[in-house]
Design a protein around this ligand. Structure first.
Ligand code: ADP
Length: 541
């Protein structure tokens, strides 16, 4: 017997309709590329999104067609999120930090029909405009007064002009909730990038889970500033979650340095933020150097790569900002686990509590996970045994866009991460499978070694890689950026490991560098370091 309840498709446009009706006066504040601060309400957002949807229809964008964006976090980008997906077309967020050749490859693969971009990216678009095969219209996300003059881009259109030509009288169409809504390519550190094609259903379900108290913990009483870019896995879903719960949104545009972020946090009363560790490093350094505090910030979500415990305690102990460590990936929309404490942890002392918080956390409902050994057999949840992490659930990739074969193994998606899971269900990433260090056949977790280095007061950044070794095949090599104006020797840093790990895990050597190579999403490019330093220990021997 079937249930007797109404059946409504889960559509992204419903989030916007809800936000307009129930939180119409809630604000969306954006620092614009043009330099000033822009304010609008959810009511404006809804109206302008409908106008933009009409404008897209006028450009000939139809159901299922792709619209690309090259844009920072801002209100116009948010309008495109809703306008394009709301019509049943597909929003394809491109990562502007990628190389031009890669952008062309991705735009061609996605068959983008329209490309909308912020003024900042004019030179980039000029460089690719004649090379992308399917783009018919280029839209600058600005007003008439700021329109650039260029002869390198055909059919250059002005966002505000397109919008002004429409009245916004549009009813969002209803369609199957499994319709594609947005497309995001993995950064492709190995091989070609792969497209992950989200659906309306996966996006709305992911938003429910993300908003939960043990998820990203977002409510109508929050002011959310996503530092994580809208071109990287939909800013971890926050543009959708904010409409679902009615939270005020603050967009930083291109201004992601410590000073700009701190000013915006304070001026707009930001309570919740989210980003990768490298961004927070800049913010913490700025706050420390200037003796500043955070008067409204209560929580920050840190993920994308492991959050060093030293960073967690800086936020929590020095600034009273709670850190929520989270793990996910493009293929998981991205939220997989979040490290909220259970009631049994509340009585723990600070050091033991930190041990729990350093983990990547528990699966949110909707994500099922397991770890397996090399033979594919499931491994125990004892917090010790590590194996490859596999996940499944309604917002996890089933196949890649235009992919011929399924990436799944018996219905599970292999993440490429190596992890342990403890008896309470807390997962901890020890490595990515391509980054593990195999010394004499035994695995050494590079993230542990990095976290210890990062806890040294003279270390600004650290990465640990596998270097070839004559006897042990591979041994850990530490690549370190020192803090400005402090002395630190190899011997001092290696002595810092004493008593913190098994002796044989201690890195064999330390290389000091001025900076670490970062990829398009702010993560350390370890393969670059391996290319450069793989033979370092052989040479030293
Ligand atoms: P890529 O970096 O391959 O482009 P994503 O941006 O989707 O892909 O990143 C996903 C990967 O980032 C995960 O598989 C994992 O290795 C890493 N990652 C994400 N969050 C964390 C975290 N909290 N701790 C450690 N690693 C993380």
């Amino acid at each position: 017997m079937q249930g007797a309840m109404q059946s409504h498709p889960l559509l992204i446009s419903n989030l916007l309709v809800h936000a307009e009706r129930h939180h119409g006066d809630q604000e969306v504040v954006s620092r614009r590329v043009e330099g000033d601060l822009h304010r609008q309400t959810f009511r404006d957002l809804a109206q302008r999104s409908r106008q933009m949807a009409q404008a897209m229809q006028a450009l000939g964008v139809g159901f299922g067609q792709r619209v690309g964006t090259l844009a920072w976090n801002g209100y116009r980008h948010m309008e495109l999120y809703y306008a394009v997906s709301g019509l049943g077309a597909v929003l394809h967020t491109l990562n502007p930090r990628l190389h031009a050749d890669q952008l062309v490859w991705i735009a061609d693969h996605a068959e983008d029909e329209v490309l909308c971009f912020d003024l900042t990216f004019l030179p980039l678009v000029e460089a690719v405009a004649n090379r992308v095969k399917t783009v018919k219209h280029f839209v600058v996300m600005t007003d008439r007064a700021h329109m650039p003059v260029t002869d390198k881009i055909p059919n250059l259109l002005c966002y505000e002009d397109l919008l002004a030509a429409q009245d916004g009288r549009l009813s969002w169409p209803s369609f199957d909730e499994n319709t594609a809504s947005s497309l995001c390519y993995t950064s492709g550190t190995t091989g070609h990038p792969k497209g992950v094609l989200y659906s309306h259903r996966s996006t709305v379900l992911h938003s429910y889970a993300a908003a939960l108290p043990d998820g990203l913990q977002c409510s109508a009483a929050d002011t959310v500033l996503p530092v994580v870019p809208m071109f990287h896995v939909n800013a971890w879903g926050l543009p959708y979650v904010a409409c679902m719960v009615g939270a005020k949104l603050v967009f930083p545009g291109p201004f992601l340095d410590g000073k700009s972020l701190h000013e915006l946090f304070e001026a707009e009363g930001v309570t919740l933020s989210a980003g990768v560790p490298t961004v927070w490093q800049g913010l913490l350094a700025y706050a420390e150097a200037n003796g500043l505090h955070f008067s409204t910030m209560r929580r920050t979500i840190i993920g994308g790569s492991a959050c060093p415990p030293a960073m967690m305690s800086a936020f929590q102990d020095r600034y009273q900002v709670a850190v929520l460590h989270a793990w996910g990936m493009t293929e998981i929309s991205p939220l997989g686990t979040a490290c909220a404490l259970k009631s049994k942890h509340l009585a723990l002392g600070p050091a033991e509590r930190m041990q729990v918080q350093a983990k990547q956390g528990r699966a949110v409902f909707g994500v099922d996970m397991k770890i397996v050994g090399e033979d594919g057999a499931e491994l125990p949840w004892d917090g010790q045994t590590s194996g490859e992490l596999l996940v499944r659930g309604p917002w996890i990739v089933g196949r890649y866009f235009k992919g011929e074969s399924s990436p799944l193994v018996d219905g599970w998606f292999p993440t490429g991460d190596v992890a342990t899971i403890d008896a309470d269900g807390y997962m901890q990433i020890t490595d990515r499978s391509k980054d593990v260090i195999k010394s004499g056949g035994e695995w050494i977790g590079s993230i542990d070694l990095e976290n210890i280095a990062m806890a040294h007061p003279a270390v600004a950044a650290a990465a640990c890689i596998a270097a070839r070794h004559a006897k042990w095949d591979e041994r850990p090599l530490l690549v370190v950026v020192r803090k400005a104006d402090v002395a630190l020797t190899r011997e001092e840093l290696l002595a810092f490991y004493d008593g913190k790990i098994a002796k044989w895990w201690t890195p064999d050597d330390v290389v000091f560098v001025d900076q670490l190579p970062l990829g398009a999403t702010g993560k350390v490019l370890k393969h670059r370091l391996r290319d450069q330093y793989a033979d370092h220990l052989l040479a030293a021997a």
